[in-house]
Design a protein around this ligand. Structure first.
Ligand code: DXP
Length: 257
């Protein structure tokens, strides 16, 4: 597995911490997921529980890498301020950078994203930008100092899976050495497996687990799907073909060798 700003993760599952029915269910879901990273929103949680401190302690107690995020930020200024607050609270350079540009799809404002990524990278942050599959934007983010990219699978909370397979395949092929994480829009473990089979380095998801009838069971299912997809990728999957090819060997030719 590729490393993320010098950190090698145990597996390619990153899990969100929002919308769980209770703290106990959140903790149980993380335990079953064996996720290596938890992402936490500073902005959403800061208004609750004595300034969010109880919640942040709970997340820090999960024993996984913390990736604070700027979810809910709609401007460069908001995102940069939130990132600074995250660095103080969690004592980490990592920041998942979201600058939302449009309300219906929650798609990123890619212009603001590149600007905020540059400001934060110059200030020593290690930025994980939530972006689209646009190759030109991806290039600008790398030039701005990002060493990891997080293209969306589908709009946040939609559960639609990998919406633009062509664009995501092109991104993987275009940036073979850049760690790429599919972020948002995954609804089912099979979609996570597909992303890993395609060679993505990790997936980040929240809603599909937190909103499942049994979040802990769904977290376990995603864990299995991620490791199956990753193993399949390393096993060099067959290329699909248009025409049939007999799988029953011809007499006298049981093996290719
Ligand atoms: C938690 C978080 O960072 C979200 O913004 C993220 O993108 C997850 O999206 P889903 O809820 O669609 O999995």
């Amino acid at each position: 597995m590729r490393d993320f700003y010098g950190t090698t993760l145990a597996n390619g599952l990153m899990l969100g911490t929002a919308q769980y029915p209770s703290p106990a269910i959140l903790a149980d879901a993380f335990a079953r997921s064996t996720a290596s990273v938890a992402t936490v929103s500073l902005r959403r949680e800061s208004g609750r529980n004595r300034g969010g401190q109880d919640f942040w302690k709970l997340v820090q107690g999960l024993g996984v890498h913390i990736l604070p995020n700027t979810a809910g930020c709609h401007s460069v200024k908001e995102a940069v301020t939130t990132a600074h607050m995250a660095r103080e609270v969690f004592d980490t350079k990592w920041i998942k950078l979201e600058v939302i540009g449009e309300e219906d799809t929650l798609q990123p404002d890619v212009f603001g994203l590149v600007e905020a990524a540059r400001i934060l990278s110059e200030d020593g942050f290690q930025v994980f930008p939530y972006t689209t599959e646009d190759l030109v934007v991806a290039d600008k983010l790398l030039q701005a100092g990002c060493e990891v990219l997080m293209p969306w699978g589908a709009p946040i909370g939609s559960g639609l899976g990998l919406n633009n397979l062509f664009g995501l395949r092109a991104m993987r092929a275009h940036f073979p050495d850049v760690p790429l994480v599919i972020d948002a829009g995954l609804g089912l473990p099979s979609q996570a497996a597909q992303a890993m089979e395609m060679g993505f380095d990790a997936v980040l998801l929240n809603t599909a687990v937190a909103k499942a009838g049994d979040p802990a069971a769904m977290a376990a299912a995603f864990a299995m799907a991620v490791s199956a997809g990753q193993l399949a990728h390393t096993a060099d999957p067959m290329e699909p073909r248009d025409m049939a090819a007999p799988s029953t060997p011809v007499i006298g030719k049981a093996f290719l060798e």
